[in-house]
Design a binder for this molecule. Structure first.
Ligand code: PLP
Length: 372
């Protein structure tokens, strides 16, 4: 991106679609027979679903998940007809017709949702596709195991529905030692056995790394596609996808004893050169990074000093050669060395939140040969 097109913005967010597609391919390559979907809810975890989903389609992905109906309505026109687009929250009462109109497939999470979908199928005299969710431990969405068993036992209950998959969602898949993983696997197998011939979908990003047992027929990674580490306490096998560069608004030299920012939470212990950068918590640069965040220039790590403000942060650039960073220069705030998981650890959160917080005020640049 040219300097001119960046000039109205405080920061540049670069999204590497090639890295994203390479991540999807590497996950697909781990699967013997299962298909690899892409979860693109929350605007593809903040990275732009209308860019991300078509790029993944061109890489070979044919199954996409969003959370809300509205996300599906926005995304559907960007994908060819042979792409399946599933809505995790299912159809709210009365919204079933919207799914048919827009070519969206609901994840049915409750008996009322199942019944309403069947009623619509009967009304329009058309078999309608759906995924059915069974809860195996999250206690969030999906039929309870006994409800599921009753539905499976009652013959004809799924009349009118073309059941694409039975799915469930893992609670602690990033922790490979968690005994909950096995319990959920067993619960899911027991449920699937009650509906012979129906395909299954259990694993999110981390679930893929729990091994073949967890793959079934369709896996549903989100975070790993975007570069978040799928396995806690292990080296991250995914390629980084985002780079955030903040623009320097001003530099100054302060004397030892000078305090900076709101509430003066940092005081210089020596004469320091500092830079004010045009990124703040309104841009999703989390306020919990106050006095904890880092910036980077030429491989040199630079501490964020003082509190994160709404529109700015302050960085100590004393370690850089004088004149290296001037007004209008860029400092890296996220890149392959300052990864989203590292930022999350400093902020006391998870990479998912760092990504989905990324603000709408950044100039965005999509890198990669797959642009279409
Ligand atoms: C968000 C979500 C996913 C993707 O999870 P990641 O951990 O980001 O891979 C998969 N399945 C369901 C039901 C989800 O809500």
């Amino acid at each position: 991106m040219s300097h001119d097109s960046l000039s109205p913005f405080g920061a540049l967010l670069s999204i590497d679609l090639d890295a994203l597609c390479a991540n999807w391919r590497s996950l697909q390559a781990k699967l013997a027979t299962a298909a690899c979907a892409a979860v693109v809810k929350a605007d593809a975890y903040g990275l732009g679903a209308t860019q991300v989903a078509p790029a993944l389609y061109r890489a070979g992905c044919r199954h996409f998940f969003v959370a809300h109906l509205n996300e599906g309505i926005v995304l559907r026109p960007t994908l060819p007809d042979d792409a399946m687009l599933y809505v995790l929250h299912g159809a709210h009462p009365g919204a079933e017709g919207e799914f048919v109109r827009h070519g969206l497939v609901p994840v049915l999470n409750s008996m009322p949702q199942v019944e309403a979908w069947q009623a619509l199928a009967c009304r329009i005299d058309h078999v309608l596709p759906a995924i059915l969710q069974v809860d195996t431990g999250m206690a969030r969405l999906g039929l309870a195991p006994d409800e599921f068993a009753r539905l499976a036992a009652a013959s004809g209950q799924l009349k009118g529905i073309d059941l694409k998959y039975v799915m469930s969602h893992l609670v602690s898949a990033e922790d490979q030692e968690s005994p909950v993983n096995r319990l959920q696997l067993e619960g899911f197998r027991a449920a699937l056995a009650k509906m012979p011939g129906v395909r299954g979908s259990l694993a999110n990003s981390s679930g893929i790394f729990l091994g073949d047992d967890y793959h079934f027929d369709l896996v549903r990674p989100g975070a790993a596609l975007y570069g978040v580490a799928p396995v806690a306490a292990q080296a991250n096998p995914m390629r980084p996808v985002v780079r955030l560069q903040g623009k320097v608004l001003q530099t100054r030299t302060i004397a030892a004893g000078t305090s900076v920012g709101y509430s003066h939470t940092w005081t210089a212990s020596r004469s320091s050169r500092i830079a004010t950068v045009a990124v703040g918590y309104a841009d999703g640069y989390l306020r919990s990074l106050s006095n904890r965040g880092v910036a980077c220039c030429d491989g040199i790590s630079l501490p964020l000093i003082g509190n994160v403000s709404m529109d700015t942060i302050i960085v100590d650039i004393s370690e850089l050669p004088e004149g290296r960073i001037v007004e209008g220069g860029l400092l890296d705030l996220a890149n392959p060395t300052i990864g989203v998981d590292a930022i999350a650890a400093r902020a006391g959160t998870i990479g998912y939140e760092v990504l989905t917080s990324l603000g709408q005020r950044y100039a965005r640049h999509y890198l990669g040969a797959v642009a279409g």
